[in-house]
Structure formats: C-alpha cells, structure tokens
Design a protein around this ligand. Structure first.
Ligand SMILES: Cc1cc2nc3c(=O)[nH]c(=O)nc-3n(C[C@H](O)[C@H](O)[C@H](O)COP(=O)(O)OP(=O)(O)OC[C@H]3O[C@@H](n4cnc5c(N)ncnc54)[C@H](O)[C@@H]3O)c2cc1C
Length: 444
C-alpha cells in the first residue's frame, strides 16, 4: 500500500475488495466503556458517530446549533458501504425503504436530448450492500429518531463557539456554557470551527469553480407535460443529460410521485456557503441555452421557492484530522463534491470506525483511538474525494463523437473497493496493526 503521507499522498492506494466476515463483531462483546464522547453537529456524521458510540458502550452527547429539527435539503445518496451501517440499526431499513429511490439504471443523454447509454446497477452490486437514495431531510429524521430511541442525548439550539484541549480530555463553549468530555468528535460540517484547534490555523473554504441549481418537488405538473411525463409516470427513473461543462441529473422517487434535479455548472462567484439561496429560473435557463426542451421544461415547472442556487464549496484534503482529544469527522474533515456520490457515506464510515477504535483503545487510551481512526480512514477518503473530480471532468469534457462509438465510456465508475466495504469489520481487523505502526513511527 502507498505510504500514508498526511495529505501529500495524491496517489493513495486502498486495499482490494474482498468478502467481509461480520463474525469479528461478535468476538468483541460490548461492555460500558465509561468514555464520554462529545459530538458537535447532528448531521449524518454526528448522528452516525453517536449511534455507533452507543452501540459500542460509550456515552455520547450531541450538541447541534439548529434550534429545531427541520427537513432540509433534497436528494442525497448512500452507497452500499453506508447501507451496511444502516442495516445494523434495528428498524431503520424498514423506515428507509418506502421513501427511497428504487430505479435499476441511469439513462444518459447528450445536452440536445440524444440517447447515449443506459447503465444498469448490476446484480453484483447487490452484494456490495444496499444503496439508499432519498430526501436528505426525510432520511435525516429517521436517523435522528433512531439515535434518540437508542438513548443518545441530543441538545438542540447549542452553538459551539470555542474548542479547548485539556490534559485528560477536551471541551467546548456552547451558548456560554463549558462542556468537557474524554474526546470531542467535531462533526460541524464544511464550515467547521474545530479545524482551528486541529490545524492550528483558520482554514478558509475555496470555491470549486462550480455551482449547482437543485430542487425537490411534487411531480404532478411534470406528469401532465409530454416533454417530462416519461420521467415520472413509469415508477422511479434516473436520467442524466451531459454537455460541455454542465451536467443535469434528475430522479423520480416514491413511484414517481416526487422529483429531484441537480444541475452542476461553472460558477466563479464568491463562495457563499449557504444551502438556501433561492435560485432564479431565468439564470438557470440561460446557463442551459441550447439544451433539450425537456430540461428547460423541468426548470420552468419548478416552483420558485423550491429552486436552490448552491455554490459548491471545496477544500483540499487536510494535512491531519486529529489533535490531542479532538478529531474532525464527516464534511469537517473531508468535504466531497456531489459527483463522488460518497460524501454522506464516508461521513457514516467515520462514525462506525470511531465506535470500534474507542472500544478497542479503552478510556485510558482515547488519544491512541483518535490517531488510529485517522490513519485507518485517511487514504480511503482521499480516494473518494478525488473520484468526485474525476467523474465531473469525465462528464463535462466528454467527446460526444467518440462516445457514439464507445457509449460505455460515459459510465459512472462503480468502484468495488469503495462500495463493497464494511467499515466496522475493517476497523476491528486493522486496529491492532495500525496502533503498532503508529507506535513504531513515534506518533503515539
Ligand atoms: C441544512 C443542510 C442541507 C443539506 N442538504 C444536502 C442535500 O440536499 N444533498 C446532499 O448531498 N447533501 C446535503 N447536505 C450536506 C450533507 O448532509 C453532508 O455533505 C454529508 O451528509 C456529511 O454530513 P456532515 O454531518 O459531515 O455535515 P452536515 O450535514 O453539514 O452537518 C453538520 C451539522 O453541524 C451543525 N453545526 C455546524 N456548526 C456548528 C456549531 N458551531 N455548533 C453546533 N452545531 C454546529 C450543523 O447545523 C449541521 O447540522 C446538507 C447539509 C446541511 C447542513
């Protein structure tokens, strides 16, 4: 394997895919660890970490700045690697199934509406794990409720303004109150405040050079329009239109009753890290000038309040995620471009890995657990982060003449190494070796 080089390793290699044996989980019976885990942020990273910490006998407390739970966002995707994690949480899969997208393929067209290729999700992919794609807010609510049912304490309306390190733990200031714990998992998203204590400097976000228009809406109007009816009257469908420096993806969900679309395009504007800036139909249509009438119909039929203009923020891989008793997880550690289709899944893998590392380390060795977590996860995440750029470039710079001869070349890469992965089993398997490696290097 290529050496771990703290962010310099752009050619990171990760282990090849193989069969995963879950019996290793039962070989490590859970007993109360007494480890107080303070988690900042209740997104997918924070909630997964909290649920997994509870599963492994630790005591998680989650602080979230939102004052109430709102069903925010639109389409979000979880690969088979995240599906394995969901499936270990009693009752969650049954709640996810009715709200998730179920199509078997993705149809590609060029920007003028000419069919290119249909990519089927092969039966071999079913062995990787179950995929879940649906409304971010709806899936998030299911996770949130599950965390609460499992006894996780989540305090809403808690804005963390400061992080500090202690000899035997770490703490935060939240709404003026000091809260301390054995470890802090900073799951505070792409604008993470915790990066400062971990990196030792303010880390500024940068524009990826792209932005997206996106929407989630009822599909009744689309069903009445001959240009769009096929997208929503034949159950769930998944369609992509590709053109120079733009791609437009659309999916129908809940047997075609609801519809989501995302259009990624070049954008040089200043980075406004807001999810909720309302988009403008005219601006969106201007970007799509010369494109097939079907995508214009979709944009025009989007209710104004549902059209979101979102600047795609990116950050180069961080040199490290951990300092002392504080570690970054999810987007705070590794924001992904949407074309990686792995941002939320990798956030979940962080939580599953940490639960195990803390269990195996025990209360006396929590710093060792955080270092091991970073080492176990770092190269893998580097690969998924980079895959987002590769897919975007493949679609945006496609040579349509050669694609007509070789349409398969447009396929989304379904990397078995990434998708067929069991983060929990992997953590049990490699923890001891990882700690030995860190000791040898004098890192712990
Ligand atoms: C409102 C919202 C809508 C989104 N919609 C989509 C979408 O439609 N599609 C998609 O693919 N991805 C969406 N994302 C991003 C996606 O959820 C993440 O990229 C991914 O799931 C990784 O999750 P995360 O938990 O690391 O980060 P996030 O999901 O960003 O969660 C971070 C959490 O930390 C909280 N937080 C931040 N700072 C503080 C603080 N100082 N104190 C306390 N709490 C704090 C935030 O309120 C947030 O709940 C959205 C994120 C948010 C916050």
């Amino acid at each position: 394997m290529a050496p771990y080089m703290n962010g310099e390793n752009t050619e990171a290699e990760i282990p090849p895919p193989r069969n995963w044996d879950p019996s290793i989980i039962d070989q490590h019976p859970v007993t109360p660890s007494g480890i107080k885990v303070l988690i900042i942020g209740a997104g997918f990273a924070g909630l997964t970490a909290a649920i997994e910490c509870k599963r492994k006998g630790h005591d998680p407390l989650v602080l979230e700045s939102f004052k109430e739970l709102k069903q925010l966002g639109d389409i979000i995707s979880f690969g088979g690697n995240a599906g394995r994690i969901f499936k270990r949480w009693p009752g969650v899969e049954d709640k996810l199934d009715p709200i998730c997208h179920v199509s078997q393929s993705l149809k590609y067209f060029d920007w003028q509406g000419n069919f290119i290729y249909e990519q089927f999700w092969g039966s071999e992919e079913e062995n990787f794990g179950k995929r879940f794609n649906g409304h971010r807010g709806e899936i998030h609510k299911i996770l949130y409720d599950h965390a609460v049912e499992q006894g996780v304490e989540i305090r809403l309306g808690q804005k963390v303004t400061e992080y500090f390190e202690l000899e035997d733990g770490a703490g935060v200031i939240s709404n003026g109150e000091k809260i301390v714990a054995d470890v802090i998992l900073a799951a505070d998203g792409v604008r993470s405040k915790a990066r400062k204590i971990v990196l030792g400097f303010e880390d500024k976000p940068k524009s990826s050079g792209y932005a997206v228009y996106r929407a989630w809406m009822d599909s009744a109007e689309l069903a009445k329009n001959p240009l769009t009816a096929d997208l929503v009257t034949k159950g769930d469908t998944h369609t992509g239109w590709l053109g120079p420096d733009i791609h437009f993806l659309a999916a129908s969900i809940k047997d075609g009753k609801e519809f989501s679309w995302v259009c990624t395009h070049k954008d040089e504007a200043d980075v406004e890290e807001s999810w909720s800036a309302q988009g403008d139909h005219e601006d969106a249509c201007k970007i799509l000038e010369g494109w097939t009438p079907a995508v214009h119909a979709i944009v025009r039929m989007t209710p104004p309040e549902k059209l979101v203009d979102w600047k795609l923020v990116y950050r180069d891989p961080l040199p490290r995620w951990t300092n002392g008793h504080v570690t970054l997880i999810g987007d705070a550690a590794h924001p992904h471009l949407p074309t990686s289709i792995q941002g939320a899944s990798q956030a979940m893998e962080d939580g599953a890995t940490l639960g195990v590392c803390l269990q195996l380390a025990g209360k006396a060795n929590v710093k060792e657990a955080l270092q091991a977590y970073e080492r176990i996860r770092y190269n893998r995440v580097l690969v998924t982060q980079k895959s987002g750029e590769a897919t975007r470039d493949k679609w945006h710079k496609a040579d349509f003449d050669s694609l007509r001869k070789n349409p398969e070349a447009i396929k989304l890469k379904r990397d078995e190494k990434i998708l067929n992965f069991d983060a929990e089993v992997h953590a049990y398997e490699v923890y001891e070796h990882t700690v030995a490696e860190l000791r040898k290097e004098g890192k712990i």
